[in-house]
Design a binder for this molecule. Structure first.
Ligand code: SF4
Length: 209
């Protein structure tokens, strides 16, 4: 797999940051707990679909204690329009119970404590640390993985290696912004199928052929 030279990688990330100056999290949330809930709900569905169901869910469950004490059926009713809603409802209850039992109902701000929670993986933990706690993180979701490897920033075959390689490549102070710029570019231009290369700011640099 061919990679961008250091000089071209810098050109490419500068172009992406310029193209998406306002790129940010597209999930609606008002607390670390609600962000965590939204990220759990966003598995295999769109942020838009999640944002449609969360206002009612957040009203019923303003915090982890309220969510843990809701009957699973109530949560299911609220989130029925998104995929895997039964599993997700059960996971939200388990996750909320663990937050109440182990963290006094608060979302921890340590990576190790986050990934120890039921249903919280590396990507979810990184999104929460970046968006709720303002840490510089690169959460590698399907878009970030596809684009980072397609463009030629990195040449890795799994998400963990991709995250590590991106952290080495990008200056730390742009990790969060690059994470969002890659996601926005993946959603708007560099689709998984039929990327719109003719209208891409990286045409001529990108290693995809
Ligand atoms: S040139 Fe094509 S493949 Fe490369 S980033 Fe742009 S849309 Fe994606």
């Amino acid at each position: 797999m061919s990679l961008l030279s250091g000089k071209d990688a810098k050109k490419a990330w500068e172009l992406l940051l310029k193209e998406y100056p306002d790129a940010g999290c597209e999930l609606d949330f008002d607390s670390a707990f609600h962000l965590l809930v939204s990220v759990v709900l966003s598995a295999q569905t769109t942020d838009k679909a999640v944002n449609k169901v969360t206002p009612a869910l957040f009203a019923m469950a303003p915090d982890a204690f309220a969510m843990a004490s809701l009957p699973a059926e109530k949560i299911e009713e609220c989130i029925r329009s998104i995929g895997l809603y039964r599993t997700k409802a059960a996971n939200l209850k388990k996750l909320s119970a663990a937050l109440c039992e182990e963290h006094g109902g608060e979302v921890p701000s340590e990576y190790g404590e986050l990934v120890a929670l039921p249903g919280v993986g590396r990507k979810t933990a990184n999104v929460v640390l970046a968006e709720a706690f303002g840490q510089q993180r690169i959460a590698v979701d399907t878009h970030v993985f596809r684009l980072a490897n397609r463009i030629g920033f990195v040449g890795e075959d799994d998400v963990v290696k991709t995250e590590e390689a991106l952290m080495k490549l990008f200056p730390k102070d742009i990790w969060r912004r690059m994470h969002h710029a890659l996601i926005w570019h993946g959603r708007r231009v560099c689709h998984a199928k039929n990327p719109d290369c003719d209208n891409c700011c990286l045409a001529g640099l990108c290693k995809h052929n």
